[in-house]
Design a protein around this ligand. Structure first.
Ligand code: TUI
Length: 320
């Protein structure tokens, strides 16, 4: 069975998280993943705290299983949401794009399990000291806002730096990725892109069609010159964005203005000119749209067979 400390810690069947994706991860997707035995996550980037509060309540009505809320720490209303999750009795919080240090005491006092998303081993050990119960280590294969390290080198370094469980993210789209992550010492995985291709995911049909058509080389990272690299599908929008970054006549403010609202345009309108279709390199593994429960079942059964095979290989090598 695909089990780890993460399952006991959070009360979930499988150590599979669904990434908190801005504008995308709401109660429909999160409850489907939680009902299927993973950890569904509601993202807070898109809205004010009252809308998120409603999503949390909807999710509670749709599942009796644990779920989490992801707080993007750079969001202007992060402090308000940090308090709202306490008021709503949210069991698990994941954080992204910064340090959750200033909220930790209040969350721990409220009994919330905090799982920061990070992209470096040094930050992981700081988070463990602050009271995190686990960390998500996210490699640059991921979609959206990313760090410098790739998953293959990041995970073993984070695993060595902490004694709490490490959940691997970035480039994991099927059972093979899960088995590989476990071999690197991870005790769980977080997948975003694979769940974009689920029936319950509320992105525009055009977004789903673009995912199905994309291969592993069809993403690009823009925003490096602005200090926040973002991975998305190659589209007219990313092409224009990249050319603006190279043009000395264009100011960072003009580039930011051009990019503002682009993810929402992709998610809600399927806007093929001005939309940012964020996706990770695992997009090549999104070959059909199906229910989250089927995605999870397939991943788990493939990972279990591979891990069993891996154990046999190790045992055989000992016998030789
Ligand atoms: O947060 C993410 N991915 C995101 S956030 C997002 S919202 C957005 N929308 C439009 C444009 C840009 C962003 C889209 N994707 N991933 C989690 C993550 N966190 N990756 C890396 C980090 C991170 C980086 C630095 C975590 C901590 C950190 O520093 C901590 C410290 O102590 O300084």
């Amino acid at each position: 069975m695909l089990k780890s400390r993460v399952c006991e810690l959070l009360g979930i069947k499988y150590p599979i998280f669904q990434g908190g994706m801005a504008w995308i991860s709401e109660s429909s997707l999160a409850s489907a993943v939680s009902n299927a035995g993973g950890l569904g996550i509601i993202s807070c980037v898109n809205a004010d705290s009252e809308i998120i509060r409603k999503e949390i309540r909807k999710c509670k009505a749709l599942t009796d299983k644990p779920f989490a809320v992801n707080i993007m720490l750079k969001a202007p209303n992060a402090a308000e949401i940090a308090q709202m999750v306490i008021d709503e009795g949210v069991p698990v919080v994941t954080t992204g794009a910064g340090s959750p240090a200033k909220y930790m005491d209040a969350w721990l006092a409220a009994g919330i399990k905090v799982i920061p998303v990070l992209a470096a081993a040094s930050i992981a050990s700081r988070m463990e000291r602050l009271g995190a119960v686990a960390v998500v280590a996210e490699g640059g294969e991921s979609g959206g806002h990313i760090g410098e390290m790739n998953t293959m080198a990041l995970i073993p370094n984070v695993v060595d730096a902490v004694s709490i469980p490490v959940i691997a993210a970035g480039g994991i789209g099927d059972g093979r990725g899960i088995a590989a992550a476990f071999m690197l010492g991870a005790e769980g995985v977080q997948c975003g892109t694979r769940f974009l291709g689920s029936t319950e995911c509320i992105i525009h049909q055009i977004y789903k069609e673009k995912l199905l058509a994309a291969s592993e080389t069809d993403t690009i990272v823009t925003g490096k010159t602005l200090g926040h690299p973002v991975r998305a599908l190659k589209t007219p929008f990313t092409k224009k964005f990249a050319s603006m970054e190279k043009d000395p006549q264009v100011t960072p403010e003009q580039i930011l203005e051009y990019g503002s609202g682009s993810l929402r345009k992709a998610v809600q309108n399927g806007d093929e000119v001005y939309g940012s279709f964020m996706a990770g390199q695992s997009v090549g593994m999104v070959k059909e749209i199906k229910p989250a429960a089927e995605i999870i079942q397939e991943m788990v059964s493939d990972a279990e067979s591979l891990l069993k095979m891996g154990t046999m290989l190790v045992d055989n090598s000992k016998m030789i």
